[in-house]
Design a binder for this molecule. Sequence first.
Ligand SMILES: NC(=O)C1=CN([C@@H]2O[C@H](COP(=O)(O)OP(=O)(O)OC[C@H]3O[C@@H](n4cnc5c(N)ncnc54)[C@H](OP(=O)(O)O)[C@@H]3O)[C@@H](O)[C@H]2O)C=CC1
Ligand SMILES: O=C(O)[C@@H]1CCC=N1
Length: 264
Amino acid sequence: MNVLFIGYGRMGGALGNAWLQAGLVNHLSIVDPGLTADAEQGRYIRLEDVPQHRAFDLIVLAVKPAYATAALAGLTDHQCQQATVVSVAAGVTERTLSNAVGQRCPVVRAMPNTPVLVGAGCTGLYATEHFDASRQAVISRLFEAVGAAYWVSEEQQLDAVTAISGSGPAYYHLFSEALAEAGIKLGLDPELARSLAAQTAFGAATLQHQPHANFTDLRVAVTSPNGTTAAAIDVFETQGQLRALVEAATGAAHRRSVELSNES
Ligand SMILES: NC(=O)C1=CN([C@@H]2O[C@H](COP(=O)(O)OP(=O)(O)OC[C@H]3O[C@@H](n4cnc5c(N)ncnc54)[C@H](OP(=O)(O)O)[C@@H]3O)[C@@H](O)[C@H]2O)C=CC1
Ligand SMILES: O=C(O)[C@@H]1CCC=N1
């Protein structure tokens, strides 16, 4: 597969490197002003520098949402004639993207997350109902190579996917930061506190990932009556505080995703 990346930062780079390593991509071209240009290696500073007659099977848009439409503007007919455009830009709608490519090729929106870096990503995918089934299978295969992939039938659902799994790794990292800091305050060496937080997150996530795992059962299994966990959970759950906080935080992420869609 002949692939062009427009934007090769954290997300673009993670996907491109993983697909290359998995042998899913034969030839990778990259446009990113932050890279050193080397046409031999398929690296370009500007889209205008990419050979105009090269046809791509896949064009991945991975720039910040504010730059998304402008970044697609210079694509030539040859470059997009057989391509599927996959955009990971949060909140930039399928219609905006299709207009930006002049309706010359189908557009898929993807909302991956940073664990794609370690093959444990989670990606929400959306395309219009007219999207070709064989192309859909190719896109599924690409994102399944870096974790789990789920298609949603309504574009608006991507705002919720963004609020839960797109931004979600940051929530877990924030909790680990807080847990490690609490460990230090309880007298642990900082490195040990960090290791305990990370290994506990890994172990809990592995348990949650088992087939048919039930989050409540897993929590109850740790919680002895009148024991230490119950003492902590009582604090987290006082007047539903934790759930209210999570609902408010994910609501804010969701609202921001909708705002970005309205701005795009
Ligand atoms: N990080 C995440 O967890 C996730 C990010 N996303 C989405 O991925 C997109 C990229 O985010 P992320 O990778 O974190 O951001 P980065 O800033 O790491 O990467 C964006 C890259 O695009 C480059 N760039 C800017 N303008 C252009 C252009 N016109 N043509 C080509 N390249 C350009 C930037 O270069 P320079 O820095 O020099 O401007 C940068 O290297 C965003 O739209 C975001 O919503 C989606 C899911 C998760
Ligand atoms: O924070 C953001 O806007 C992007 C989208 C999801 C994760 N990072």
